[in-house]
Design a protein around this ligand. Sequence first.
Ligand code: NAP
Length: 246
Amino acid sequence: MEIKNKVVVITGGSRGIGKATGIKLAELGAHIAIIYASSEDKAKDVKEEIDSLVTNCKIYKCDVSDYREAEKSVSQILKDFGRIDILVNNAGIAIKKEITGMDEEAWDRTLDVNLKGMFNMCRFVVPIMLKQGQGKIVNVSSLAGRNGGTLGIAYASSKAGVIGLTQSLASELAEKGILVNAVAPGPVYTDLVSGLTEEAIKTLEKLSPIGRFAHPEEIAHAIVFLIENDYVSGEVINVNAGRYMN
Ligand code: NAP
């Protein structure tokens, strides 16, 4: 799919990987709808940066885990832009707890944002793409979804769920012109890992074959590839410098 002039919805576009993806897609000529949860100032900064690239950017405050809020935001985006061509389901949280310390609230919140949030967005965006006869969806999973990991069981479980959601949607929608894929990044230098101790970060950096985390732009690059390619669907691309291969 040519990205120029397409309308992209990016959840979690105020920071980290979502921000880098929004900027990269805007540089390629896309119009961007950014969904954020609470960082209004950061979302406004991203909008300002994208507006300076000539394309159009609007920001929407929405908790993706809330079914009705997701419906309202998608409907507003459609009103504002007239169409939705691409959905990047990127919003995510990590509540790092091991099984003995994991309470019900932390488990539910993680699954609600990371997995139900993607379902909610797909539930309302897919009918629009079906009417248009085409669309691209890229979901952000994680190395943790394939291999467990340091951010705890709820996080890893939600990200494994994202892979199931991606593959299931891909088989439902390919014949209708909508291709659905995921990226599974290893650790990335963003706020999400800011809860890790310096020692944990150093240990994780050593686990990477190239000795460092990814930069958000390197994940954005893989997301752009999945949008541009018209023959890949149901795929999960590892972006982890070869730490885990499958
Ligand atoms: P980040 O810097 O912490 O940014 C998270 C983004 O998600 C923010 O824009 C945040 O909005 C948004 N968000 C959080 N909860 C939300 C909700 N309920 N509704 C709507 N938006 C919500 O994280 P990141 O590292 O860029 O992570 C982006 C994605 O990559 C996540 O799905 C994460 O699991 C995945 N990932 C990250 C890593 C890593 O090491 N960083 C590795 C693998 C996968 P506000 O700014 O308004 O809070």
